[in-house]
Design a binder for this molecule. Sequence first.
Ligand SMILES: [Zn+2]
Length: 277
Amino acid sequence: MAAPVIDFHLHTVFYEQYNESYREWIKTMHGEEKWQRVICRYQDPDLFCEYLQQCGIDYGVVMAELTPAVTGICSNEYVLEFCRGRKSLIPFASINPALSVDMAQELSRLVELGFRGLKMYPTYQHFYPNESSLYPLYARAEKLQIPVMFHTGSSVFRRAKIKYGEPLYLDDVAVDFPGMTIILVHGGRGFWYDQAAFLSRLHANVYLEVAGLPAHKLMTYFPELEKLADKVLFGSDWPGVPDLAKNVETIRNLPLSREAIEKILGGNAAKLLQIEG
Ligand SMILES: [Zn+2]
C-alpha cells in the first residue's frame, strides 16, 4: 500500500495577532482580495480538511506560533481546538523560552492536552538552540518521545534574527539527546543547505524538512536527495505557498526513485508520527 501523503508544515489562517511584516508578506503572496477569501474560508477546520484532501494530502501538521516580536501569535489553545476531533490534523505546540518559566513542565501539560509535537522558532524567539537553559525541555521531549521542529535558515520577517537559525547549533542537541527527534525546518534555507543535509545524514535522530523551499529547486539545494530520502520530510508552509496541490505534484515529478518520493511525501513522517498507512 502506498504511504500516506503528510504535510509536515501548515499554519492556520487565523492568528490572534498578526504583525505588520507578516501581513504584508502574505498579501504579496496571495493578493489582498484572495487573502481575505482564504481567511474567510479556511478558518473553518472542516473546509480546511476538505482542501487538504483536494490537494492529495492525507494528514497535516498544524503548528501554533508564539512569536509576538516577529510574526504574531497563533495560540496553542486555538490550534488544539482547530484540530480537535479531526483525524487528519495533527497539532504541534509552541513554547517561547522568553514567556515560559518551566518549559519542561509546560511541554508535559501540552502533551497531556493532546499535542503530538513541538515547534521552536529560534530566529523569531531569539535564542540559540543549544543554550543550556533549553536542556530540561529537551530531556522532557526525549522522555515523552515528542518530535521537536526547529526553524532553520532565512526569514523575511522584520525582527527575525537569522544567526539563531544556523543548523550547526543543533549538532550539540542531537549529540546530547540521541533519543529526541530533531527536525530541521526549511532545511537551513538560504545559507546552510549543506549543513542541514550533512547533519541529517550524520545523526539518526535528525530530519530535514523542506517547507517554504520552491519544490522544483530541491535537487539544486540537495543534489544528494535520493541518498537522503530516508531523512527528508515534505512540508509546504501553507498559506505561505500560492498553490499547495502543485507543490505536491512537483515533488512527485522530481527525478527520484518512486520509493524515495513516497518516503519524502509521507512515509518518513508516518513513522515519526506513528500513523498507519
Ligand atoms: Zn512556516
